[in-house]
Design a binder for this molecule. Structure first.
Ligand code: R5P
Length: 310
């Protein structure tokens, strides 16, 4: 039926897409997202989508096929005459390449924004962008929502006593301030440098952590080295314990094993990325399906999305 909401999913995080569909009380749209024998991606939409309000759920972290699947799905929906296509990107990959921080590097986050628009996306719904100003890379409407309510609810219930919220770099200060305010905690800061890509070195810990319980907040955990190195420095200064929270669990290489043997008691993340098989006692996965589902419902109903967070 024209203008109906339809939810499609690529292969990057089908479990989350299914949870969102359950929240919306609809089924997932009928589409084939497969590979030809040579590895090329084959997409075909198996139902009539003329005039529908289509949403495609797909995080765009590695492998690059995830991004490509999303682009090809948008193209297929556009050519099948969907009225509006919203790319729902729970984790926006390539966001850390958002500026020329060295000569002769690409601004890949901008390239991804251009590709999405070219493929036919009319709008984007995404969560905890590494840098909020990436919104400006798009000339189509973008709704940016936050996993904070889900993480905060968990910390609120599990951590008691004298708490300090620490952030491991300047980019996360705004996020940390919001967490500290909501948890009635003080705010601290770890001055981190990167001697080389994917390695972290703690230069200074700013804030009083002695005798306090620390919650470290970041947007992304990749190798885990930022959090692991920060935890060592913080415990050396007399903190009584540490938990970590992050929205996007990229978990590169052996990150889960390294985090398991670290000084961090629990690592709380969300399911913006597919975490099937992460089954580790120290990693707690919270679902953002309800937040994304509510965002989708409000976009479809032309209602305010920002009021979800007041
Ligand atoms: C960097 O600016 C991000 O906020 C994270 O701190 C970073 O991506 C974490 O990477 P890793 O886990 O590899 O230290």
């Amino acid at each position: 039926m024209a203008d109906e909401l339809r939810l499609f999913s690529g292969n990057a995080n089908k479990a989350l897409a299914q949870e969102i569909a359950d929240y919306l009380n609809i089924g997932l749209g009928d589409a084939v997202v497969n590979r030809f024998k040579d590895g090329e991606i084959q997409v075909s939409i198996s139902e009539n989508v003329r005039g529908v309000d289509a949403f495609v759920v797909q995080p765009t972290g590695p492998p690059a096929e995830n991004l490509l699947e999303l682009l090809i799905m948008c193209d297929a929906l556009k050519r099948a005459s969907a009225r509006r296509i919203t790319a729902v990107i729970p984790y926006f990959g390539y966001a850390r390449q958002d500026r020329k921080d060295r000569p002769r590097v690409a601004i890949t986050a901008k390239l991804v924004a251009n590709l999405l628009t070219e493929a036919g996306a009319d709008r984007v719904l995404t969560m905890d962008l590494h840098a909020p100003q990436i919104q400006g890379f798009f000339d189509i409407p973008l709704d940016h929502i936050y996993a904070a309510p889900v993480l905060l609810r968990y910390f609120d219930q599990s951590v008691k006593g004298d708490v300090v919220v620490m952030v491991p770099d300047t980019g996360s200060i705004k996020m940390g301030r919001a967490f500290a305010k909501r948890l009635g905690a003080s705010l601290g800061f770890v001055d981190k440098r990167r001697p080389k890509p994917d390695a972290a070195k703690v230069m200074n810990v700013v804030g009083d952590v002695e005798g306090k319980y620390v919650i470290m907040i970041d947007d992304i955990i990749s190798t885990g080295s930022t959090l692991i190195e920060a935890a060592k420095a913080i415990m050396d200064l007399g903190a009584v314990g540490i938990m970590a929270g992050a929205t996007h669990a990229v978990f590169a290489d052996d990150a889960v094993e390294h985090l398991s043997s670290s000084l961090i008691e629990q690592v709380v993340v969300t399911n913006t990325l597919d975490l099937a098989g992460v089954g580790n006692g120290k990693v707690k996965v919270l679902s953002v399906a309800e937040l994304l589902g509510e965002g989708i419902d409000r976009i479809h109903g032309e209602k305010s999305v920002s009021s979800l967070f007041v």
